[in-house]
Design a protein around this ligand. Structure first.
Ligand code: ADP
Length: 341
């Protein structure tokens, strides 16, 4: 992972590893309700309808699946949803629910109509997933106590609740599990104007001024991801604080990119390493594992953070045989020449 002189964050936007400060920072910028959840209006409409219908019936909201790349706002939308409904939300994650016992502990304490948010739900162990089925369908947990002739079926009634599952890998969920969600909200990358709106709000919370041209530059280099946009803003704020009395102008934004190793094409060092690696393999196809080893990045980071954007830009493509470098990728590398990455 790249090092930056004087900066406390790695240059690569990794999928999962955040420094503690970064998490605090994200919490402060999180939209609090639907009105503050910017740039994804199509996602909100069906949810508003479902909330109204459920509340008129006096039922818990149906279970929801939030699907999309890291940083697109799945957790934020969960919190905003809880706020809109005026209910508490309990947050956990697939890997944290190791045994059925962990799930029982959480489910039995849920208040009526509250939300259980399970992040990375595709990583839920199969045994736990199967217990969850009954809880989702009938608000009931069933266990077998003892074995053989002494075996007894024990039922535990739960208060009606709403499960919100978040996943970056919807395809890894079994069809049986997916069918138990009433609605799937699929998060798409944000447009630069939507990111600009989010950055304006974040800048005002952080009490920094930002010129329009700097805002345009930051939002066009954020890969459609609000988390990345906010992180660029945080770095630009550091530069502005040191150099410019808390005003992010174009020069500050450009200097921030220089420090982070982001070039004028919006490419980071790690992106260039991925493309060069494919070029060295004669354009591929190259499997994910080999690529990850060669560029020294986690497979998740390559799949969830680096590749989606490189694919959108048309530089590379995923095929059943592996990743291949496309013509625009070759042309870009030619333009970059032998500059160190
Ligand atoms: P995910 O759960 O999909 O990984 P998060 O909900 O943690 O993403 O979002 C990361 C950060 O991006 C949040 O802290 C928030 O500041 C910002 N964010 C995400 N979506 C939005 C949005 N629609 N409007 C405003 N800010 C957003």
């Amino acid at each position: 992972m790249g090092k930056m002189g004087g900066m406390d964050q790695p240059s690569t936007f990794t999928a999962h590893d955040y420094a503690g400060g970064e998490k605090e920072f994200e919490r402060g910028l999180r939209p609090r309700d639907f009105a503050e959840f910017l740039g994804q209006e199509p996602l909100l409409e069906p949810l508003k309808l479902m909330i109204q219908a459920a509340s008129e019936r006096g039922d818990a909201l149906e279970h929801l699946l939030f699907s999309g790349l890291p940083g697109l706002g799945k957790t934020s939308l969960g919190f905003a949803l809880a706020k809109e409904m005026g209910v508490p939300m309990k947050v956990t994650s697939g890997p944290a629910l190791e045994r059925a016992k962990d799930l029982v502990g959480i489910l039995s304490q849920l208040e009526e109509h509250s939300i259980l948010f399970i992040d990375e739900i595709h990583r839920l162990p199969t045994v736990v997933e199967e217990y969850l089925y009954g809880a989702m369908e009938r608000f009931q947990l069933e266990f077998t106590l003892d074995q053989g002739v002494h075996a007894r079926l024990l039922k535990l009634d739960l208060k009606p609740f709403t499960l919100v599952g978040a996943t970056t890998r919807e395809a890894m969920l079994t069809a049986a599990f997916r069918s138990r969600f009433g609605h799937v909200a699929r998060f798409e990358p944000y447009s630069p104007p939507a990111l600009a709106q989010i950055l304006r709000r974040s800048a005002s919370i952080l009490a920094v001024d930002m010129d329009d041209d700097a805002l345009t530059l930051l939002s066009s280099h954020a890969r459609g991801v609000p988390r990345i946009a906010n992180r660029l803003l945080r770095r630009a704020r550091d530069v502005a604080q040191i150099e410019n009395n808390m005003r992010i102008d174009l020069a500050v934004a450009q200097r921030t990119f220089g420090i982070l190793g982001i070039d004028e094409n919006g490419l980071e060092r790690a992106d260039v390493r991925v493309l060069r690696c494919l070029a060295q393999a004669n354009g591929g196809p190259l499997g994910l594992k080999s690529l990850a080893v060669a560029v020294e990045e986690a497979e998740d980071t390559i799949e969830d953070v680096l590749e989606p954007w490189l694919i959108r830009k048309g530089y590379l493509s995923r095929t059943p045989q592996g990743r291949i470098l496309l013509d625009p990728g070759w042309e870009l590398l030619q333009r970059l020449g032998n500059e160190p990455s």
